[in-house]
Ligand binder design. Structure first.
Ligand code: B12
Ligand code: SF4
Ligand code: SF4
Length: 376
């Protein structure tokens, strides 16, 4: 088998099927990452969304028998919407982060990796291959960094010189001994813009995040959002892009290579108030295909309530009152109580006073008290 020729053919094929960048690395253990993961765990800086078994995360041979290489792929996603939303005065909208625009990227990258697998199997029958995107054991970023896709920025993202950090990552462990590519030099230099731009100080230092205070993480939790972060979430209903929009490398980067990734502004910048009353079916129809829907309807609704509070949208008081009175979820009721206080006005006050008399859930009661404190 001529592996140098095969690598060239695979690279050419990857372009044909819509892979924007491809890189190759060894299947060696990720020893630096191991120490990093242990440190993150000790500091309680992890999100809980990572694969919990650190050995598996750093040891490709635990995932595929006798692996010889890892192929890393990157697909660029748009940074700006081509179609603008029809904004009417007084209508308030939330925003999904860019990684949740268009069709869920897991499907798109899995499709590309499947095609690569099929290609390799025609060339090397019997090759052993294992692909993953986001939910797999490996750190997609650590693989991409070592495969020369991009450098690891102070904002934690893999930054490609061509597409900036607006790229999704995925990889395939293989039994084929491809020649590894060379990692890129770090190009952050003395810049610290992402650290300064982070609204919550989650980037504790260059390249290190405390996930528990990252807005992207917070918008994906199911509980009440801790008080100190609510005002900082703004109108983000899912994810956060601030440490990427602040990055000078991303300036002017806006690639629309993949039709599946095109955002529909009515979905990616949705009207907030109608979100409070969505049935499960309506939620599935409108948002079911985006990556930001993975935690279900309620976290997005909670974030929409926080966004309405951020806008101090008085026209939402009847809907928020309805949530406070009739919703089953204590998280939504409690967040609505806080939002009513934040928005203010006599109707909001009356709704909180009324709810105070009947509410039995302790957490909701606390939020009602918080809401009422805004009037003192
Ligand atoms: C858990 C997770 C999160 C968590 C934690 C994020 C984090 N920074 O760790 C939360 C929910 C906060 C999150 C948010 C986001 N995420 Co996320 N997330 C993941 C997931 C599932 C695991 C990441 C992980 O293991 N982190 C642990 C840290 C310690 O390791 P790492 O970042 O993977 O690897 C780097 C570090 O270890 C570092 N490192 C190792 N040793 C050392 C030593 C020193 C001294 C230093 C400085 C660094 C360093 O180098 C590695 C390579 O860069 C990956 C998918 C996957 N399976 O890998 C997606 C992934 C990282 N997320 C992604 C995206 C797009 C995002 C968001 C931009 C989404 C959004 N718009 O809201 C934000 C960005 C937040 C940020 N600044 O990181 C993409 C990143 C693409 C890219 N270009 O980098 C990934 C790869 C998903 C994908 N397949 O495309 N995410
Ligand atoms: S995603 Fe937002 S909150 Fe998280 S580190 Fe980046 S700027 Fe900070
Ligand atoms: S903002 Fe500056 S420091 Fe942060 S990732 Fe971009 S280039 Fe690096």
């Amino acid at each position: 088998m001529d592996i140098i020729k095969l690598k060239k053919e695979l690279i050419a094929y990857s372009k044909e099927i819509g892979i924007d960048k491809i890189g190759f690395t060894t299947a060696d253990t990720f020893s630096e990452l191991k120490n990093r993961l242990i440190r993150q765990q000790e500091l309680n800086y992890q999100s809980g969304f990572e694969e919990p078994n650190i050995e598996k995360r750093v040891t490709p041979s635990l995932l595929l028998d006798n692996p010889q290489s890892i192929i890393s792929i990157a697909l660029a996603y748009p940074a700006k919407m081509s179609i603008r939303v029809e904004s009417k005065k007084g209508e308030r909208r939330g925003i999904f982060s860019r990684a949740s625009w268009g069709m869920d990227y897991h499907h798109i990258l899995r499709d590309r990796l499947k095609k690569l697998e099929e290609f390799l199997l025609t060339k090397v029958p019997g090759a052993r291959l294992k692909s993953m995107v986001d939910t797999g054991e490996l750190s997609d970023r650590a693989v991409a960094e070592r495969a020369g896709i991009g450098w690891s920025g102070k904002n934690c993202a893999i930054i490609t010189p061509e597409f900036g950090s607006y790229v999704y990552l995925g990889e395939m462990i293989t039994s084929i001994p491809f020649e590894p590519d060379t990692p890129l030099e770090d190009q952050c230099g003395t810049c610290t813009r992402c650290i300064e731009a982070c609204p919550t100080g989650a980037l504790v230092q260059g390249g290190q995040i405390n996930a528990s205070s990252c807005i992207s993480f917070l918008t994906q939790t199911k509980e009440l959002i801790p008080n100190e972060f609510r005002d900082k979430i703004g109108n983000r209903v899912y994810g956060c892009d601030s440490c990427q929009t602040a990055c000078p490398v991303n300036k002017g980067k806006n690639f629309h290579f993949h039709i599946e990734m095109e955002p529909n502004p009515e979905i990616s910048k949705p009207l907030l108030t109608p979100m409070l009353k969505m049935s499960n079916r309506e939620f599935k129809n409108q948002f079911g295909h985006v990556s930001g829907a993975w935690r279900g309807k309620k976290p997005i609704q909670r974030n929409a309530i926080i966004a309405l509070a951020h806008f101090k949208d008085e026209t939402a008081i009847p809907e928020l009152t309805d949530v406070l009175q009739n919703e089953a979820s204590p998280v939504l009721k409690g967040t609505a109580a806080w939002a009513l206080g934040k928005i203010g006005g006599k109707n909001a006050f009356a709704a909180l006073e009324k709810a105070k008399k009947h509410e039995t859930d302790i957490e909701v009661q606390k939020e009602i008290e918080k809401g009422l404190r805004f009037f003192k």
